[in-house]
Every structure is written in C-alpha cells, then in structure tokens.
Design a protein around this ligand. Sequence first.
Ligand SMILES: *Cc1c(COP(=O)(O)O)cnc(C)c1O
Length: 378
Amino acid sequence: MKQDTLLAQSGARRDPATGAISMSICPSAAFQHPALGQSTGFDYSRTGNPTRLALEESMAALEGGARALAFASGMAAVDAVMGLFSPGDTILVTEDMYGGTFRFFERFCKNRGLRFVYADTSATEQTADILKQQEFRGLFVELPTNPLLKVADLNALGTLAKKHGLIYIVDNTFLTPVFCRPLDFGADVTVYSATKYLGGHNDLVAGLAVARDAELGGRLAYIQNAVGAILSPFESWLLLRSLKTLSLRLKKHAENAREVAEFLSGHKAVANLRYPGLSTDPGHAILTSQARGHGAIISFEVASHAEVERILASVKVFFFAESLGAAESLITYPFVQTHADIPADMRTRSGLTDRLLRLSVGLEDPGDLIEDIARVLN
Ligand SMILES: *Cc1c(COP(=O)(O)O)cnc(C)c1O
C-alpha cells in the first residue's frame, strides 16, 4: 500500500474481536500466560505493549524498515541508538545539530567512553577526508541541520558509511518519512523526536528509532527493554492518531513555509535567509533530489541582538517558544534556547550567531503569519 493509505489507516485492523478502527489504548502492565512456556506475544509492557506495537509497526512500514521502537522522548531514542556503540568507538557527527543531542554526546556519552568528531556533513569531500584520518564506527547526520538547514547528500554519505563499515544514523525529525526516507539512501537507523511533526500538536513528548534490518532492530529492542525508556500506551495512541493526518499536515506546513520564506527573501531587514525550499538556497538541489518536500523550518539573521529582543517581544501570531513541528507557528532564538549548550567557538564557526532566529511555520493562514513578521520587522 502507498504511504498515504498506511498513514490514514495507522493502527486500524488490529482488533478482529471488536473490529475497532481506532487502535485501543491498552494500559495493562502484565499479560496472562496461556500456560507454562506460552505467551500471547505480550508478557510485560516494558518489553512489549499492544498499543505501542501498533505504533512501532506503523512506523516501520512507513519508513520501509524492519523494525521501529517507540521511546519516551527523542533523546531517549538517541540514547538507545548510542547503546549500539562500545567504549572507545568514535562517531562522526553533523556539527550544526540539535543542541540537546550535542549536550547528550558531550556530557554523557563521553563519560561512557564514546568519542565524537564534528564536521559539516553537507560538505561530502570534507567528510570523506575526515573519515580517512582515523577509525570511525558511526556516522550521525541531521538533515536538514538545526538551525542552519544545511543539507547533506544522504546517498553519498551512505556510500562512505558502507566503505568504512559505519553504523549510519540519520535524525530525520525535520522531514519525517512523508518527505524523506533515509533508509532508502543507505542509512541503517533513523531517529525522530516524535514530539515535533510526527506528534504535530504540541501535546506529547516521544521518540522513535527505525532500523533497516532485523538484526539491528533486535539490538535496539533489547536496549529498549533493558533500559526501559518506553513510550506510554496513551502517548502511543496519541501518536497513532497524529500519523493519520501527517501527510496532509506536512504539505500545508511546507506550503506555508514557502510563502513565508518568499516574503522574507525580499526583505531588507533579513540577512542569511535559509530555507531549502527556495531555489536560491544552497541546499535546494540536493534536498529536491532526495526528498518529496523541503520542510517548514526557516532561519534568518536580523541586524542585532537588540532587534532579536524587540522582535521576540512583539510577535502576536507566532509564539516565542522552543520547539517546532506543530500546528502553531513558533519563533525560537537558538543562541540562548535550543543551542545554548554548544560552545561559543563552535556556534560561531557554523554561523549560529546571536542575531539568528528560527521559525517553525505552522498551519495557520499564511497571510496572518506574513503580516505578523512584516509588522515586527519594520
Ligand atoms: C527536539 C529534537 C530532538 C530531541 O527530541 P525530544 O523529543 O525533545 O527529546 C532531537 N533531534 C532534533 C532534530 C530535535 O528537533
């Protein structure tokens, strides 16, 4: 079945006893054994839960992966994926990435003996050179990057990952499987903050990891059960409900974002506009070749820190908040919010300045959004 059909029917056809079309929420912590040595397939909810399994199987099908696992947050999903590595392993990471992932790598994973090297993974040649300099075990890519929206060549990185025997991980939070399926380009695992577009309504925190092959999926399931950072049955159900409208929502998000970006591109108070949906954006061609949409995150610079402060205090339709990917449009100041934990020299090197603003364009009327931005920029 095509992706839109899978999405619309997420969680359906799983209860022949009642014919329920909406997957039921099953809060049971334990499940009765039919006899010694027998199982219904469910024993204890940390290991497996019917509502969570419906979500996990829906996601695996959407991505074309062998197995998906649902976690309590995006960070819990990233944590599980890092469990695939051993002390002493070095992982090459996109330098301009979500600040929380950077903090997790630097403040936690390093203490567990993992090592990280950061690079501009949108520069394929440079990435290839770095991979030649020492031994790596993993490649962790964010696409497009956050907040500068640089676009890596997933296929080229897939070839490099294969050549060097790396576990290739893509954080696909910004595009979701509706716009891009990194497993098709050689990624071994995708990770998501499902708090963002997959959830889409600013009403849940969740994470997902999807493995291309069953062996890796089995290892992630083992970690999920051993560590226990599972998604609750209620939130699994909410996420299944959100998946039904994912494709519709993303198309509208992207249409709105294009209109807002086109407005910003002609504005004299705006510098360094980044939106890969614009044909003038450096990431446009490569993203168009590997994705069905360009997402709805925009970043740009204004004249000064004082201007940032004034804009954040004056928006009326946009909310000043730190998240992305929901119905409501948000404006974020990455320098002090999402990316405060990235060292100053790294922020400067990648262009993450104290004048940079990030928009998550929501589902409102684009005219209202543009009017709001036009008013605060003037
Ligand atoms: C938000 C986010 C995360 C972390 O996910 P949580 O659900 O907040 O734990 C990871 N990666 C990206 C790209 C994000 O935007």
